[in-house]
Ligand binder design. Structure first.
Ligand SMILES: *Cc1c(COP(=O)(O)O)cnc(C)c1O
Length: 392
């Protein structure tokens, strides 16, 4: 009989085998094998038919004119920022993954960090409006954890100011805005295909846009800037996607809709099991949208839960449950970006959320039992909160 005390107090861990935060669901080898073999026989290991087929399939799925495959979301963002000529202040959230901002620096621009709406975890439209001075060159928003940003409001602000709006859609595959896949909004949207995301190519990214001129620039830009006649219109990179990655990506695309639906179902199970636990908050998703749940993140209010987010993380680790504290520290506190940090205290919601946010295990395929185990562990730890706090 299991000892029903939290493992951190000497009980038996609730997870019989470790529950990992992320577990990529990948296509069967047999479905890929003929195309991989054909690629090897043909010798066309890059710039071949599989890249073209993948790009077309993604453009059709997203309903955009151009889907350009690149080596990563980071190179896609850097090429997009650079192609748009950004070399001054760009509005960006600090509550994001560091690559949103590192790509800005590589392009020659500078971040102007603004706060978020802690309910949606996305950039706060009012904060964007307040930061929009004449020298601002662009707005960058993130569909954070797969939750569509306030797209219409941001588009209105960008149009009014006459500046580009770029979405870091690294978490965006599977997300829907008013029932439509994200991808065709703003000036461009950049997706990631790395193994922690829903659509996986091993490594890779997609730049989606309806702007023909920008699409042409990204296509030459991923190829050194080569205009096709061994000249350079602008200084590019090698940011190509190899055929193997395109093959994996196209088969992963076949699994995307099911992955997104299952994640929505798992999110509903998490909510149902946890909503009555004191001090737990949930990401707000507009009823007309679908969050892709690249991550399933709750918030912990220590006053009501009885333990801090970090103590809960420790106690869950003892149960064999892996969690993550996204994005702690926020980007403006990383050494590389501290010079761009606004005055202390001016991003209060970001500073609050990085200490409260806790990402729970979320996979494209999970047993219901796994979710139940995670939730039982959280509730058990909450019930023993005082004793755990005293034992630390
Ligand atoms: C993963 C991620 C990236 C980087 O994607 P790569 O494909 O690994 O370059 C950028 N932005 C956000 C928000 C991410 O989560």
């Amino acid at each position: 009989m299991a000892d029903l005390r939290p493992a951190i107090l000497g009980g038996t861990p609730l997870a019989t085998s470790p529950i990992r935060l992320v577990r990529p669901v990948l296509p069967e080898f047999a479905t890929l094998a003929p195309e991989v073999e054909q690629t090897l026989i043909s010798g066309m290991v890059t710039k071949g038919q599989h890249l073209a087929a993948f790009e077309q399939a993604v453009a059709d799925h997203l309903g955009v004119a151009h889907a350009i495959a690149v080596s990563s979301c980071t190179t896609g963002l850097a090429l997009t920022y650079r192609a748009l000529g950004l070399n001054g202040p760009v509005i960006v959230p600090s509550f994001t993954f560091m690559a949103t901002v590192s790509a800005l620096i590589w392009a020659g621009a500078t971040p102007r960090f603004v706060d978020i709406d802690p309910a949606t975890t996305n950039i706060d439209v009012k904060a964007v409006r307040a930061a929009l001075t004449p020298e601002v060159q662009a707005i960058v928003a993130v569909h954070n954890f797969g939750n569509p940003a306030a797209i219409a409001e941001l588009e209105a602000l960008a149009n009014e100011a006459g500046i580009p709006l770029i979405f870091d859609a690294a978490h965006g595959f599977g997300a829907q805005y008013n029932g439509q896949p994200v991808g065709g909004f703003g000036t461009a949207e950049c997706f990631s295909l790395s193994p922690t995301k829903l659509l996986i190519a091993g490594e890779g990214g997609i730049v989606a846009t309806n702007n023909d001129e920008l699409a042409h620039k990204i296509r030459t830009g991923r190829e050194y800037g080569n205009d096709g006649k061994y000249g350079s219109d602008w200084a590019g990179l090698n940011a190509r996607m190899a055929e193997y990655n395109a093959i994996l990506g196209r088969h992963s695309l076949d699994q995307l809709e099911q992955a997104a639906r299952q994640r929505s179902q798992y999110a509903a199970l998490y909510w149902a099991a946890l909503f009555a636990t004191p001090g737990i908050g949930f990401q707000a998703v507009r009823p007309s949208d679908r969050c892709a749940y690249k991550d399933y993140s709750i918030t912990i209010d220590e006053t009501y839960f009885g333990l801090s987010r970090d103590m809960l993380r420790q106690a869950l680790a003892a149960e064999g449950i892996e969690t993550r504290a996204y994005y702690d520290p926020p980007v403006h506190r990383h050494a590389a970006y501290a010079q761009f940090a606004p005055v202390e205290g001016s991003l209060p919601k970001t500073n609050w959320l990085v200490k409260a946010s806790l990402s729970l295990p979320m996979h494209s395929e999970m047993e219901f039992d796994t979710i139940e185990t995670v939730c039982n562990a959280i509730k058990l730890i909450c019930a023993y909160g005082e004793e755990i706090a005293a034992s630390q």
